[in-house]
Design a protein around this ligand. Structure first.
Ligand SMILES: [Zn+2]
Length: 165
């Protein structure tokens, strides 16, 4: 009897742990760069790193530029699948993760990539390091992580997501 109760308890406990892990990762989006106080957006004479800022050719900035020194850890904002990890003319070395709920995140201008397409990544694990690749390579541009969040493929302002958590 006691043994049976114990196994039922263990079973329920396991369910509880699984549900908790599942919801912990879905609850909020983690800032991919760790800041001591508040997050810093790149702002130099080459432009603003804000979402929607104007870029060459009337293009709008589809993410935010999180100021960070070269070599800083870049962390997965949420649990997800690596769908892209490679080089892009504009983004340089970049990673794209697909998350549950139609969300995806993009991390650009990396110096190094630590993950491969097809891998599942836990929230907070290091996927690469800040660099100056792609169109962030110009000396006048402050080192930063280009970070995008897309909902059903449409870019949304990451600041709103990060502040609204
Ligand atoms: Zn950017």
């Amino acid at each position: 009897m006691l043994k049976k109760l114990l196994s039922v308890f263990l079973f329920l406990f396991l369910i509880f742990i699984i549900l908790t892990l599942y919801f912990i990762d879905k609850e909020y989006i983690l800032c991919p760069i760790e800041y001591k106080e508040q997050l810093l957006i790149r702002n130099d004479r080459m432009g603003s790193g804000a979402f929607g800022a104007l870029r060459a050719g009337n293009r709008l900035h589809e993410g935010i530029d999180l100021y960070a020194l070269i070599g800083t850890d870049v962390k997965a904002a949420s649990f997800g699948l690596v769908v892209e990890a490679g080089f892009h003319k504009r983004l340089g070395y970049y990673v794209e993760l697909r998350h549950p709920g139609g969300l995806s995140t993009i991390y650009g201008h990396l110096s190094n990539i630590l993950v491969k397409p097809g891998s599942w990544i836990r929230q907070g694990s290091i996927i690469g390091y800040v660099g100056k690749t792609g169109n962030a390579r110009y000396p006048a541009i402050q080192p930063h992580l280009h970070f995008e969040i897309r909902k059903d493929g449409i870019p949304i302002d990451p600041i709103k997501v990060l502040e609204g958590r």
